[in-house]
Design a protein around this ligand. Structure first.
Ligand SMILES: [Zn+2]
Length: 191
C-alpha cells in the first residue's frame, strides 16, 4: 500500500514536470515568434548602408560625459547599443503630431507623419525626416545580419531598419523610444 502510494506520488510529480516543461516550451516559442518580428527580411538592396567613423562625428563626448547627460536606459541604448524591451517604450503607442530628435544630441531624425504601428513593440517610421542625420551600417551582432541605424551627428545607436515597412519606401525604421526626444507641433524651421 505504501509502495503504491509512493508510485502514485512519483507519477504525479512526473506529470507536473511534463506540464511545466510544455509550459516552458510554449513560452520559448512565443518569445521566438516575437523576436522574429524584429528580425524579418533585411537582405534586399534598397537599404542604403554607409560607413561612418568616430572621426567624422560632429559631436564627440566621452562615456563619462554621456553618462552625466543621459539616463541609464538612454545611455544603454545610445552608447552601448542596447535595446529596450518591446512594448515598454514611451513612444511605441504614441501618435501625437510632432518631431522626434536624437535624445543625445538633439539632431532631427523623424516626424510623426511617417510614424506607423508596426505591431513589433517599438516605434516604427517608414522614412527619416532628415536623411543626412541618419547613418545605416551593417550589424552582424547576435548571430544576425541587420542594418543598424545611428545618429550621424553623435554616433548614438537608434535601432535597426528592415525591408518590411509600408509604402512609399517599404522600409521599417524600428527605433528605440529611449533614443528619441519628442517635441509637439510643427517644426520650428518648417518649410
Ligand atoms: Zn545624436
Amino acid at each position: 500500500m505504501f509502495v503504491y502510494y509512493i508510485n502514485v506520488t512519483i507519477d504525479l510529480k512526473f506529470q507536473q514536470m511534463r506540464i511545466s516543461f510544455m509550459h516552458l516550451l510554449m513560452l520559448a516559442l512565443i518569445g521566438l515568434s516575437m523576436s522574429a518580428c524584429a528580425q524579418k527580411s533585411d537582405s534586399k538592396n534598397h537599404i542604403k548602408t554607409s560607413m561612418t567613423t568616430m572621426d567624422t562625428l560632429e559631436i564627440k563626448k566621452t562615456d563619462e560625459e554621456w553618462r552625466k547627460q543621459l539616463s541609464p536606459i538612454q545611455f544603454n541604448i545610445l552608447r552601448e547599443k542596447g535595446t529596450e524591451r518591446p512594448f515598454t517604450g514611451k513612444y511605441d503607442k504614441f501618435y501625437e503630431e510632432g518631431t522626434y530628435y536624437c535624445a543625445a544630441c538633439g539632431a532631427e531624425l523623424f516626424t510623426s507623419k511617417t510614424k506607423y504601428n508596426s505591431g513589433c513593440g517599438w516605434p516604427a517610421f517608414y522614412e527619416p525626416s532628415v536623411n543626412k542625420n541618419i547613418v545605416e551600417k551593417k550589424d552582424i551582432s547576435l548571430g544576425m545580419v541587420r542594418i543598424e541605424v545611428m545618429c550621424a551627428k553623435c554616433g548614438g545607436h537608434l535601432g535597426h531598419v528592415f525591408n518590411d515597412g509600408p509604402q512609399p519606401t517599404g522600409l521599417r525604421y524600428c527605433i528605440n523610444s529611449g533614443s528619441l526626444r519628442f517635441e509637439e507641433g510643427k517644426k520650428k524651421n518648417s518649410e
